[in-house]
Design a protein around this ligand. Structure first.
Ligand code: GLN
Length: 536
């Protein structure tokens, strides 16, 4: 049942997609945490996939993985980086999940002969989720709706939000609408009409936004604020300017604070909270803006042209830069291009990182990059597929295992140094069938990894099907590969290192899912520290 104490914020988006609505929601979460409130964030996605795990990076960008193994929208990555609330599979609801549940209930006969309909059965399922997620009674639940107002798929979610607001005390629910003010160069002005129409569409459904957050390239005039206020029926002080940030997304909490968004929310909810010092964010931005050092690292991947495919990797690199007082220029290198043009593409780099991936395209280019890093003493960091690549490269070029490979890329290889485990082979469906979520990893005490973490036991998140083949453990370690981390329960190799190298660490997991701007992941931080130390 609804909890009387908890307040609810619903974040919607209008005019265009890719507005940065997820970031805005996350930054507002950060602002409220700075006021001493406990915040829980969740994302509702109107698509019919049960989760984004089966979607291509071209469709969806990164699939973000939580501790419990949920494969979620990348906005949950922003939520975890900006706020400290725990997230689970309950924090990302898709239409696919809603319909799956409704249809299961119908088959079980739970609806007692009723005609099953969008209202009330689908909307009830959505409303239940808003409540369920709040078992532990946080102060504020922020629910972001994916997509843009006007999308057919979004309607059941908006209807559920409208009904939810109706069931609550009016002071417990706040609607925040993010919109775009296009700038017309020829006219030299920002245009408000698309925002007016987007809000009109919301009001048609029965939702009146309390706050309007306007994305804009240039500052708004006070006339513009008044116009938006009048036409969108929002008080002038609740028309918020969100100008493009100068250097980094981590400036966003500060710019929303400057517009007093947290005060608006706290007033509406009648909460009494502490003052906002924004200390964490002031520090993060200060360190980001005036770094003392500079390094250049190459990310060798397959989806390099996509802004979002390696989102958390890029963010973690930024965090590691902040913690090392260093600006990190990331050179994105297409693994296939490396196959064609050779490793001279890598010659100016201070470090090389190979992120995760699936399928055999670009694999040989990545192997060449790992070899180049190993032979030239360039700090190397391999993530998931990047670790498998490092093992294949070492097996072929150091241990002399001709044509060693992963059975993912060459099922007939004579040396499957990376292979699929029996339990994985038996799974036939595509969704949710990888090794997913957090697993323990025990570290070797003489390793780079141990020095980075400063502890012998860690927990890291996974998303893969293939594993290091333990049949090759002795052969490879005798040739000098160090097994620096293993999962004690399943005896799986989690980290390999090259002890003779300045810094060569490759991990089967995804450390990028546990890094924050003010608390860089230890392996990322150490990787960037090594690039600085060994910089040419
Ligand atoms: N394709 C590899 C596997 O499934 C690596 C996956 C990844 O990098 N996330 O094991």
């Amino acid at each position: 049942m609804p909890n009387v104490k908890t307040k609810y914020i619903f974040v919607t988006g209008g005019v265009v997609s890719s507005l940065g609505k997820g970031l805005t929601a996350a930054a507002i979460g950060a602002l409220l945490e700075q006021r001493g409130l406990e915040v829980r964030m969740q994302k509702f996605d109107p698509y019919l996939n049960v989760d984004p795990g089966t979607m291509s990076p071209f469709q969806h960008g990164e699939v973000y993985v939580l501790n419990d193994g949920a494969e979620t929208d990348l906005d949950l990555g922003h939520y975890e980086r900006f706020t400290s609330g725990k997230l689970t599979k309950l924090n990302n609801l898709t239409s696919g999940q809603v319909y799956e549940t409704v249809l299961q209930k119908e088959r079980r006969g739970d609806y007692l002969g009723a005609t099953v309909q969008v209202i009330p059965h689908v909307t009830n399922e959505i409303k239940d989720r808003i409540y369920i997620d709040n078992d532990d009674q946080v102060d504020v639940v922020i629910t972001e709706l994916g997509g843009t107002i006007g999308d057919i798929e979004g309607l059941p979610f908006l209807e559920a939000m409208r009904q939810f607001a109706l069931e609550q005390d009016p002071n417990n629910v706040l609607f925040l609408h993010c919109t775009l003010l296009p700038y017309l160069k020829a006219a030299g002005e920002l245009k408000t009409k698309p925002s007016q129409q987007s809000v009109a569409k919301l009001r048609e459904i029965g939702i009146q936004p309390d706050i309007l957050v306007c994305r804009t390239e240039v500052p708004m005039t006070s006339e513009m604020r008044q116009k938006l206020s009048l036409f969108c029926n929002v008080p002038v002080k609740a028309v918020i300017e969100e100008c493009d940030v100068e250097t980094s997304i981590y400036e966003l909490p500060l710019s929303l604070r400057a517009e007093k968004v947290d005060d608006l929310i706290i007033d509406k909810f009648n909460l009494s909270t502490k003052e906002n010092t924004m200390q964490i964010w002031v520090d993060v931005v200060r360190r980001l803006k005036a770094p003392s050092h500079k390094v250049e690292i190459g990310v060798v991947g397959k989806y390099i042209e996509l802004q979002d495919a390696y989102k958390s990797v890029y963010e973690s690199i930024t965090h590691a830069g902040i913690s090392n007082d260093c600006s990190v220029r990331v050179v994105r290198i297409d693994a296939e291009e490396l196959e064609n043009e050779g490793t001279q593409l890598l010659s100016s780099l201070d470090g090389i990182l190979i992120p995760g991936g699936f399928g055999d395209r670009g694999i040989e280019g990545k192997i060449a990059a790992a070899q180049y890093a190993r032979e030239n003493g360039i700090p190397f960091f391999g993530l998931c597929l990047g670790m498998q690549i490092a093992v294949i490269e070492f097996a072929r070029n150091v241990a002399g295992l001709d044509k060693a490979n992963s059975s993912e890329f060459d099922p007939e290889t004579t040396h499957p140094v990376i292979h699929i485990m029996e339990e994985q082979k038996e799974l036939t469906t595509k969704g949710g069938n990888m090794r997913l979520g957090a697993y323990d990893c025990a570290l070797a005490d003489d390793s780079f990894s141990y020095h980075a973490y400063g502890t012998l036991e860690v927990m890291e998140r996974h998303r893969h099907r293939y594993e290091f083949n333990n049949a090759y453990k002795d052969t490879l370690t005798e040739k000098g590969l160090r097994i620096a981390g293993t999962n004690p329960d399943k005896d799986l190799v989690e980290i390999v290192e090259m002890p003779e190298h300045p810094w060569f660490v490759a991990v089967q997991f995804h450390p990028e899912f546990q890094s924050k701007p003010h608390a860089a992941h230890p392996l990322f931080a150490n990787f960037i520290a090594a690039t600085l130390k060994y910089k040419k």
